[in-house]
Design a protein around this ligand. Sequence first.
Ligand SMILES: [Zn+2]
Length: 380
Amino acid sequence: MCLPRQQGGLGVMDPTTQQSALQLRWLHALMVAPFQANGSIALPYLAQLIAAQAPQDLTQFDYRLLIMFPQLRPSPMNRTDNPLSLILHAIDKIPKEFSQVVINAHTCLQLPLEAIYVHTDDIVLSRTSKRLLVSSTHTIDEGTQCIRHKQGSEIQIHPTLSTRFLRLVQNCRIMLQPFFIQTMIHPGLSATGQHLFVPVTHENVDSDPFLLAINLGSANPKMNTSPGQYRSKVSSPEATIRGTPSMWKKFWLMPLTHATRNIWIRIIRRKIPAKSTLHRLIPSYFQSPVCPICCTKDESIEHFLYKCPLKMVSGMNSWENYFSTPFSIEAIHEAIFELQFPQNNQASRHIEPAIIIASIITSIWRIHWTFVFNTVPFLS
Ligand SMILES: [Zn+2]
């Protein structure tokens, strides 16, 4: 339903995605100086609520990292009854692409391990491992001021998990993210080699590079993700529907009543309750897929429309009254499913072929259900 009309959808806005897109108003504001007095009490309150969750043992912390990385949040913060739930859910849905990000070593130490490696299907870390801070496994070298692995006695938090992570890195089972590797390179070497970067010179914990990478929280509103951009970023691709954009454009321009268009779109999308479909979905209730009219073949969608002998006679009579193109299974299939209409005959030259096909479909539809619900015999 949420696909564009050119692709056979109805162009309906996904309410869940839109609900998240509307949280951008809060997300942008929370990222840019929320404690400044601007008349709102809600914003400083929300920011304070997040900042209060920061780890107590850190001398400096950027509370926006808690918003950005779910593994940093205490478990109650990720629950759906948390007042921040909708806001955090909105940012969690944004794809995180940090290949161009450059951060300093002090920021790096406060990230969760989950954030610093390239995820593959081969390696699955435990939930606890993913939530460990980088400071569990790495530290800043006093001499070079670069990030380095911790040595045995330096690892004190979850030593087993931390050591396993380091071993996976050393064995090249885990590939680290570029922004993390850069913090292990001396700033003097940043302008050499294939992957040049401009090192961060300050020592503040700063989530700005991550936020800028996903266009969030910039002081310049034009740089921020708009609700429309957010929807296109986070929307998951729906199953494709048969038909080209030009076919769907033709479909929407056909002069049909709502009732007829509703039946026809469901036919093209193969969503009509033919017996074979009902039997497949609810076999306990629809115990047989056989056509209730001819009782000889399974009622597929094509059988429902024109392959059932009685319906074929009915459709063929109507077809030959209005079209000069000979009737055939292929011709009626192309007309219904691909909107490739036959030539009108002289008598029907003023009637659009789409209206004639729509009349055939609607008649078959109505007579079929009159037979099913009122047991009125189907007469061709
Ligand atoms: Zn039949």
